[in-house]
Write a protein that binds this ligand. Structure first.
Ligand SMILES: *Cc1c(COP(=O)(O)O)cnc(C)c1O
Length: 374
């Protein structure tokens, strides 16, 4: 089976992890701050706080905004559940806006329609590594005084109008799950240029305690510390950070290969009557976390899915819209008719395999299999 996504781990990654295992610090040690520093350098931002997952990063990014309980936050339904779950953890109400068919990203015009007096923030997701219409979203945020969180779990290394993703919202979140642009096994990071938000996120990562293990270590350090807010243990280990440091050196190469694969798909699928290939907007540096196509209306997606899987192509569906899930239906008044674009995309979308280690011949095999459909 050719999987839809896969990590790329080499001997160097393994060596770096083994070095940490033989060192004094397995967690909260020097590798975590080194990883944070090189993330800042790479993105061109001021602060990075590494945590144990992208979901944890979203949770404390939202928490750091201190929004009043029950506030509404507008987000996309066409994402992994972690995006809007982060709002539920923080007693906030997700309000879903419809998406644009071409990029599957949140539609700024529908954001405008969903704004009420209770709206306090927007979480936008760069679907597949294609940045949202960030200029339009920032304009809305300025006009209505809304905070912005960018869930860039798909978009580490992507860019928008010449600037790296991580420089646009109040807080940006990246994920280091194995299928994401780089991996630490599990892991994530919050980046920001705002010193107050960075400080809060740092506290929230470690129980709300104002001194971490490293600052309480050594001949001049004291024993005292304060707990200033109700945080969690979302700390990243040095084992993970060492893997992340080694992976980050290869990110541009990974993204280069992802772009080659996407271009090859676009070329080979050009004119194929069964699928609509994805677009890349002007000014966008695409991360190509996933490569999705829309099937022609006459094709039954579920039959096509089975056909591809039988032929050992690990296709997938990203995403089941969040308002389809029973938990959300039980707790919120949601009607799929309010999201015509999301519904149409959901019914026709299929994810084809893409990952840096994928060979041209495998891309050709995927395309050949698609073209042999009935
Ligand atoms: C992967 C992902 C997350 C969650 O990240 P984890 O590291 O798996 O916790 C959140 N949002 C989106 C859009 C994702 O794809």
């Amino acid at each position: 089976m050719i999987p839809y996504g896969h990590q790329s781990i080499d001997e160097n990654d393994v060596e770096e992890v083994v070095k940490v295992l033989n060192s004094d610090w397995l967690t909260t040690g020097p590798k975590v701050s080194e990883f944070e520093n090189i993330i800042c350098e790479y993105v061109g931002c001021k602060y990075a706080i590494a945590v144990n997952s992208g979901t944890s990063a979203l949770d404390i990014a939202v928490s750091s905004l201190d929004l009043p309980k029950g506030s509404e936050v507008i987000t996309t339904p066409f994402t992994f559940v972690a995006t809007s779950n982060a709002l539920l953890y923080n007693n906030l109400k997700p309000i879903f806006a419809d998406i644009k068919k071409d990029t599957r990203n949140i539609d700024p015009e529908d954001i405008l329609r969903k704004i009420t007096a209770k709206t306090k923030a927007i979480i936008y997701v760069d679907f597949a590594g294609h940045p949202c219409d960030i200029d339009e979203i920032k304009k809305i945020a300025r006009e209505y005084d809304l905070r912005l969180i960018e869930d860039a779990s798909h978009a580490f290394g992507a860019s928008y109008h010449g600037k790296m993703i991580g420089n646009f919202a109040d807080l940006t979140v990246f994920s280091f799950h194995p299928v994401k642009p780089i991996t630490t096994g599990e892991g994530g990071v919050v980046v920001t240029d705002n010193p107050e938000l960075a400080e809060k996120v740092r506290l929230l990562r470690n129980h709300g305690i104002d001194k971490d293990a490293a600052t309480r270590y050594g001949p001049d350090a004291g024993w005292a510390y304060d707990m200033k807010m109700l945080g969690r243990n979302y700390r990243m280990t040095d084992i993970q950070a060492a893997l992340g440091i080694s992976q980050l050196k290869k990110l541009d190469g990974f993204i280069g290969r992802r772009n080659e694969i996407a271009n090859l798909y676009n070329e080979l699928l050009d004119g194929c009557e069964f699928v609509e290939t994805p677009i890349t907007k002007e000014g966008v540096g695409h991360g190509w976390h996933i490569y999705t196509v829309l099937l022609n209306e006459s094709i039954n997606r579920n039959e096509f899915f089975k056909y591809m899987r039988k032929n050992e192509i690990g296709v997938n569906v990203h995403y089941i819209p969040i308002y389809h899930f029973s938990y959300y239906r039980e707790h919120f008044d949601l009607d799929e008719n309010d999201f015509p674009e999301t519904e149409d995309v959901f019914n026709r979308i299929i994810t084809l395999p893409i990952y840096p280690g994928m060979k041209d011949e495998e891309v050709e095999l995927v395309v050949k299999t698609i073209k042999a459909w009935k």
